[in-house]
Design a protein around this ligand. Structure first.
Ligand code: NAD
Length: 308
């Protein structure tokens, strides 16, 4: 019997790609419920799904921030979810002093509590059947902080702590948890963020901080996306493998070219090596980013993490 896979946030990016790849599985192992907050945006997904639409892929409405929407979606599919993919997420960048608490809470409502809400809804069924897989699209920013991404990184750290804790209990029920950690991915995600910051004023942020943000961080971030960015197709392919694996890993980074940066934290448990290097790369020697950091990382770490 095919497994029912419920994915959040499928109107674009990684969620859309994942839904399409699973629906086209050559062994037809999956029945995909591709969900999105706004069904008015389903056109791109339906076009990409092609003949899988109505066969191995159905589209449903789901706002991860609404109890009612989650309940409605689950009653609509009338069955049990075998694989849940918590993909929906929003970003937030900028100087802390210029962001309201309400804006920060919205990020946690979507990225963290949105995933928690869905898990609470599907867990009783998975436990009853002693079977299930919960996949979470986290980020390398769930493993280490990135300057001016304080709140976004915190929301991904929250996911990492929550799901690592839950994974221990769920092994008793034969339910697996996998945190997938992409580095930069070329989706609408970065575009939406850059649009937000191009018009944002960040009232309350001092001129030095604004200078660091606009003149040093933003160009460095663009360079990182340009040099080591992955496509949503590549990330989705790795998630497909994680879903198909007999013993799914708790953590899976997707980008070998980013691994030099994540390895810095593991190499020095005091944290100084990572924090000082990250500061240097953004504020002191930004040209290093374009001078082949990615090539170096690729050579050193291809064998340790990344697409297999
Ligand atoms: P994206 O913006 O294309 O996709 C995010 C999706 O989540 C969108 O379709 C959006 O509509 C949806 N969404 C937002 N709020 C929602 C809500 N309340 N209910 C339902 N859906 C909602 O960007 P993406 O890069 O495909 O992001 C997917 C996931 O990957 C996110 O969790 C993101 O944090 C993570 N991620 C992205 C990157 C990157 O660089 N793009 C890197 C690491 C991790």
């Amino acid at each position: 019997l095919p497994q029912t896979v419920l994915i959040s946030g499928c109107s674009s990016g990684i969620g859309l790609e994942l839904a399409v790849q699973l629906a086209h599985d050559s062994r037809q192992r999956y029945q995909v419920v591709a969900t999105m907050r706004d069904l008015g945006k389903k056109g791109t997904l339906e076009a990409a799904a092609g003949e899988a639409l109505g066969q191995t892929l159905t589209v449903a409405q789901l706002d991860v921030c609404s109890d009612e929407s989650v309940a409605q979606c689950l009653s609509y599919i009338q069955g049990e979810v075998d694989v849940l993919v918590n993909n929906a997420g929003v970003g937030l960048v900028g100087p802390l002093e210029g962001l309201s608490l309400a804006t920060m809470q919205k990020v946690f409502d979507t990225n963290f509590f949105g995933a928690v809400r869905l898990v609470k809804a599907v867990l009783p069924g998975m436990k009853r059947r002693r079977q299930g897989h919960i996949v979470v699209v986290s980020s390398v920013m769930g493993l280490q902080g990135v300057v001016f991404n304080d709140v976004y990184a915190a929301s991904k750290f929250a996911l990492e702590g929550f799901f690592e804790s839950l994974a221990i209990q769920l092994l008793q029920f034969n339910i697996f948890v996998s945190l997938v950690e992409p580095g930069p991915v070329a989706t609408d995600f970065e575009g939406k963020l850059l649009k937000q910051v191009s018009t944002a004023q960040f009232p309350g942020a001092d001129p030095d901080t604004l200078h660091y943000f606009r003149d040093l961080y933003l160009p460095a971030s663009r360079e990182l996306f340009r040099s080591v960015g992955q496509s949503p197709q590549d990330v989705a392919q790795i998630i497909v493998k994680v879903i198909g694996s007999a013993r799914p890993p708790l953590r899976r980074q997707t980008n070998a070219r980013y691994a030099l940066l994540t390895a810095l934290k593991a190499a020095d448990p005091s944290g100084s090596l990572y924090v000082r290097t990250a500061r240097g790369l953004v504020f002191r020697w930004p040209r290093l980013l374009s001078l082949g950091l990615s090539c170096l990382a690729c050579r050193c770490f291809r064998t340790r993490v990344g697409p297999r």
